[in-house]
Unconditional design. Structure first.
Lengths: 154, 154
DNA sequence: TCGAATTCGTTGGTGTACTGACGATAGCCG
DNA sequence: CGGCTATCGTCAGTACACCAACGAATTCGA
């Protein structure tokens, strides 16, 4: 009766999109390294020695979640974690050789997977796809962190 | 060096989109009922007495996950679960009065939230947004369930 | 009709993902 | 220098989300 059409609900679509991606990742990229784990590796390739919290910020994970992801990657020997001698609160992260190799290997596979994933869209549509999602996600994130970036208004 | 730009990775974007939605849902819709739980309620409003597995299929959740969601909704008294007398394997689901009331209340709030969430996009862009995501998700799901729907080819 | 295959729900294991609280450390200020 | 505050990482709790394996019930086939 009063039921709603979920296919017009962005949250529902976002969940389904992520699930679809998860499945494809599992079959085409890796069954051991997950997409968030790859994001962490990738961040540390770009910026070695980064602080744990900052890595979380880069990939979009809160402190609790990033701690678990880091812990798993450390257990597999893909990264090293050292206490910052300058600031005892921080943990500094750095990929091991194995971590670098793994990142390189997965980068290739990830690119292939992205092609398959986006194959139903034309080139222009793909650009649009990125643009629209990014705008919605950024705006919603902005609602969470109010004020602050008002440079010269107060 | 060989680091990749994650903003061009659909999986990364999908995750960020869902996180953004999660936060907005929590503040604008409900802190107790989650989006997947609402999807289940909504399905049972449209089709009362549905089988547990079928509900999972409707909302896009596997048997394990739907079992937990159903269990939580049952614990809160929002639905009833009865063994099918015709087929002892099945659990038939039906909303309670409280479940119906909750669904009605959340439907209003969800509509409001969707407006806020999609506000950064124009009307045409919103249509495109739905269309692009749905096409990608559907295609990826199709890769998972091969063959089968070939009606007259064998 | 009786055994084999299928289906449904459950359980156990892993991996995100969030909040809230807590201890340790560091920075600031009186 | 000694307390206030802020920050970082951890831990506990809750909630998806998947796979694999299992028991119970049904259905199908010889």
């Amino acid at each position: 009766m009063a039921a709603v059409d979920l296919t017009t609900h962005p949250g529902h679509l976002a969940r389904r999109l992520q699930q679809a991606h998860y499945l494809l990742w599992n079959t085409m990229v890796s069954e051991e390294i997950t997409s968030p784990q790859f994001a962490v590796l990738n961040t540390l390739v770009a910026e070695p020695g980064l602080d744990q919290r900052t890595v979380g910020e880069r990939v979009g994970l809160d402190r609790s979640t990033i701690a678990e992801v880091i812990s798993r990657l450390g257990r597999r020997g893909l990264l090293d974690k050292v206490r910052d001698p300058q600031d005892g609160r921080r943990s500094l992260l750095r990929l091991t050789d194995d971590g670098l190799r793994t990142h390189k290997k997965l980068t290739v596979r990830t690119a292939r997977m992205n092609q398959v994933f986006l194959a139903p869209l034309s080139a222009e549509e793909q650009t649009l796809f990125f643009d629209l999602i990014r705008r919605v996600a950024d705006a919603a994130e902005g609602l969470r962190n109010p004020a602050e970036p008002l440079v010269a208004q107060g």
